[in-house]
Design a protein around this ligand. Structure first.
Ligand code: NA7
Length: 484
C-alpha cells in the first residue's frame, strides 16, 4: 500500500455487516477506520431482539461469516444470545471491537471537496474519504396504529424492546402480529403463561423446519476438521440460495411445488377445522417471508391458547377491544408488529455535492445502483442498500458479496488523480428498470402485504436468483461509474 493513497473510512453501524466490513477493510490494508455505533453495544438486530424463543430463521451453519465458521453452534437455528456472542467473539478476535465509537449516532453527513463531513450525537466527527453504511434492515420498530396504547394499564412493549423486568409466568398475555417473531414467542412461552391470545391480522404459511440440537459428535467433527465446517457452510448456503431462493423467485418450479406442499401438509396437522381455516392464508407460499417452525401449530392448539382474528379497535385499560365490542382482558401485550425496513440509514440527514439530500434523491422510491451506491452521492456505499436480497436469503452472504464489490470501487479511489467515484444516473436507471420489469414475475407480487413492500407499493427485494446476485456483483462494470 506504500504508493497508494490511504483513505480515511467511516463505517456506520456495528452490527453483522459493519463488523464484517471493518475486518475486510483491515485485511485489504486499510487502517484508518472508525465504526460509528448509535447504541452502547455491538450486534445490531441481535442486540435489540432478546424476546423469548428468539432464533435466526436461517440455519446457523449458513448464518455466519464465510471467513469465521463456528464449530460450536448448538442448534440447527441457534438462539439469539448465541448469535450475539458469535458476533462479539468475531469482532474481538479480529481486533475490530476497539474501532467502535459507541453512543455515536451519525445525524448528518455532507459532501464537499471530495470528502464526507460527519456529525454525530457526540458532535463533529471530522472528514472521511469514504462512508460505508451498515445500518441493517430489521432495525426501526413499527408500533401499530391502534389508538389508546397509553390507556392500557398493564405492561405493553415492542418485541424488539423487550422489558426484562416483566415476567410472563402465570399472566394473561396478548401478542399482536403473526410474523416470525410472534410465532417464535408463542411457541416458547405458551407453557408458562396463564393464557395467550394471538391477534392475527393475516394468516401465515409456516414451513416445518425442525430446530434440532447439533450433536456433540458433529461439533467435535467441526472443531477438528475445518474442511468439514466449510463444506457444511457451502452445502447450506447453496441449498438456501440456489434451491430455496430460486424457488421463491420463480426459477425452481419443482422446488417451489415441494415447498408449497410441505407448508400445506404442515397446516393440515391442525386438528380443529375451524382453527385450521383461520390459520389458512389466502395468498401464495413465500409471498410473505416464509416462517420456519415445527412448534407453532402445536402451541396454538394448547388449551390456554386462542387465535383472535377479529379486528382490533383500540387498547382499553383492561386489554384490547375488538371492533365488535368484545374485550380481551390482558396483563401483558407484546407488539410483535415488525420493522420499517425501508428507512435504511435515515433519519440521518445526508447531503451530496451542492446540498442535494438523499430525501430528494429518493422522493419517488429508494433506488440505488447494484444495491450499494446512489448517483449524486460519491464515495457513499451501502451494505444492504435498496433492492438487496432480503427474501429468505442469508443476510451475511449478501453483505459479504456487497462488500467485496464495494471494496473494488474504493480501491479505485487509491489510484492517482481519483478522489470520487459514483454510479452514473443512466446505469442506475437501467438497473432499476430491469428490477421493475422482473418484479411482477416474483412471488412477492402475487398479492399479499409484507415487509418487502414499501409505503408506495414498490417491492424492495432483489428479484432474481442469488446466483445472479453473486454473478452481477463479481466485478464492477466500470462504464457504470464516473470518477473525478
Ligand atoms: P413481520 O414479519 O413484519 O410481522 C409483523 C406482524 O405484525 C404481521 O403479522 C403484521 O400483520 C402484524 N401487524 C403489524 N401492524 C399491525 C396492526 N396494526 N394490527 C395488527 N397486526 C399488525 O415482523 P417480525 O418481527 O415478525 O419478523 C421480521 C423478520 O424478522 C422476519 O421476517 C424474519 O426475517 C426475522 P400483517 O401480516 O401485516 O397483516
Amino acid at each position: 500500500m506504500t504508493d497508494k493513497r490511504n483513505l480515511k473510512i467511516a463505517i456506520i453501524g456495528a452490527g453483522a455487516s459493519g463488523i464484517m466490513a471493518a475486518i475486510k477493510f483491515r485485511e485489504a490494508g486499510f487502517d484508518d477506520l472508525a465504526i460509528f455505533e448509535k447504541a452502547s453495544d455491538l450486534g445490531g438486530t441481535w442486540r435489540d431482539n432478546r424476546y423469548p424463543g428468539i432464533t435466526c430463521d436461517v440455519p446457523s451453519h449458513a448464518y455466519q461469516y464465510s471467513f469465521a465458521t463456528n464449530p460450536n453452534w448448538t442448534r440447527m437455528c441457534s438462539p439469539g444470545a448465541e448469535i450475539l456472542a458469535y458476533f462479539r467473539g468475531v469482532a474481538r478476535d479480529h481486533g475490530v471491537d476497539s474501532l467502535i465509537r459507541y453512543d455515536s449516532e451519525i445525524t448528518e453527513a455532507s459532501f464537499d471537496h471530495h470528502q464526507w463531513h460527519l456529525t454525530s450525537t457526540q458532535g463533529d466527527e471530522g472528514l472521511f474519504d469514504v462512508v460505508v453504511t451498515a445500518t441493517g434492515v430489521l432495525h426501526h420498530p413499527v408500533y401499530p396504529d391502534i389508538p389508546g396504547r397509553d390507556d392500557f394499564e398493564g405492561d405493553c412493549f415492542h418485541s424488539a424492546r423487550w422489558d426484562d423486568s416483566v415476567s410472563l409466568r402465570g399472566k394473561r398475555v396478548g401478542i399482536i402480529g403473526t410474523g416470525s417473531t410472534a410465532i417464535q414467542i408463542v411457541s416458547e412461552v405458551i407453557d408458562d403463561v396463564a393464557s395467550l391470545v394471538l391477534f392475527q391480522r393475516t394468516a401465515q404459511w409456516i414451513w416445518p423446519l425442525p430446530n434440532r440440537l447439533i450433536t456433540d459428535e458433529e461439533k467435535e467433527l467441526y472443531r477438528s476438521d475445518a474442511t468439514a465446517r466449510q463444506a457444511e457452510y457451502k452445502r447450506l448456503t447453496h441449498r438456501m440460495n440456489s434451491n430455496f431462493a430460486a424457488a421463491i423467485v420463480g426459477e425452481n418450479p419443482d422446488g417451489y411445488a415441494e415447498l408449497e406442499q410441505d407448508c400445506i401438509d404442515n397446516l393440515n396437522t391442525v386438528r380443529d377445522p375451524e382453527l385450521r381455516a383461520k390459520l389458512t392464508p389466502d395468498y401464495k407460499v413465500g409471498c410473505k417471508r416464509l416462517i420456519m417452525s415445527n412448534e407453532f401449530y402445536e402451541a396454538i392448539q394448547k388449551p390456554n391458547a386462542a387465535l383472535e382474528t377479529g379486528k382490533i379497535a383500540r387498547f382499553v385499560p383492561d386489554g384490547i377491544e375488538l371492533e365488535d365490542g368484545t374485550v380481551q382482558a390482558l396483563d401483558v401485550i407484546v407488539l410483535a408488529t415488525g420493522f420499517n425496513t425501508h428507512q435504511f440509514f435515515r433519519p440521518m440527514k445526508v447531503m451530496g455535492p451542492g446540498g442535494r439530500t438523499i430525501e430528494e434523491a429518493w422522493r419517488q422510491r429508494n433506488e440505488g445502483y447494484m444495491t450499494v451506491a446512489v448517483p449524486g452521492f460519491p464515495n457513499w456505499f451501502m451494505i444492504g442498500g435498496p433492492t438487496s436480497p432480503i427474501g429468505n436469503f442469508s443476510w451475511l452472504l449478501t453483505a459479504e458479496t456487497q462488500f467485496a464489490y464495494v471494496l473494488k470501487l474504493i480501491e479505485r479511489l487509491q489510484q492517482p488523480g481519483v478522489s470520487e467515484i459514483v454510479p452514473t444516473a443512466a446505469a442506475t436507471a437501467a438497473f432499476n428498470q430491469a428490477v421493475r420489469d422482473r418484479i411482477p414475475q416474483t412471488i412477492w407480487a402475487t398479492g399479499c402485504s409484507s415487509w418487502y413492500i414499501d409505503a408506495s407499493g414498490n417491492i424492495a427485494s432483489w428479484p432474481w436468483t442469488f446466483d445472479k446476485f453473486e454473478q452481477d456483483l463479481k466485478e464492477p462494470d466500470w462504464h457504470a461509474f464516473e470518477t473525478a
